[in-house]
Design a protein around this ligand. Sequence first.
Ligand code: AMP
Length: 175
Amino acid sequence: MNLDSALKLIRDIPDYPKPGILFKDITPLLANGLAFSAITASFSNEIKKSEIVAGIEARGFILASAMAIKAGSGFVPIRKAGKLPHAVFAESYSLEYGNATLEIHQDALSDSERVLLVDDVLATGGTILAALKLIQKAGGKISHLCVLLEIAALDGRARILSEFPDVQITALVQV
Ligand code: AMP
């Protein structure tokens, strides 16, 4: 299956999880093996040698793990508050429909390790900004971030670039 056909499997769920939010549901894409493979192949082309892949809980885990396995890279989880068992760095932020805190293990990355960050949707950019700050706190060097879908009208890209001007942002589709 080609990438365009795979991306067309993402469906819109109006008013989820709150009225006024148009939720981009990737589960039909993940459930289709050819579509999931097409996405994974396209994403894993983005991984450079010796990069580690960080994924944001929860849908970012699915995509980041698949691409890390395909590229033979390691995986680092960036989790919601209270889920990681060892000492953490934390960052709180606001998202399109609420507030949240993300955490990373303090020893998740070795100094200056190059990191590729992955999530499913880039909306206002708050989640990814928090994750980038965590990677920085843990000593990682952010080279690149990949999302499946970018909601361009919410301007998350500009928000990210205002604080991390050198980060390369790849979105497989923009809506
Ligand atoms: P934001 O911090 O506003 O960029 O939101 C991005 C995070 O929230 C991602 O982890 C997405 O999984 C989720 N998210 C935000 N808005 C949507 C949306 N309209 N559809 C699906 N997921 C969303």
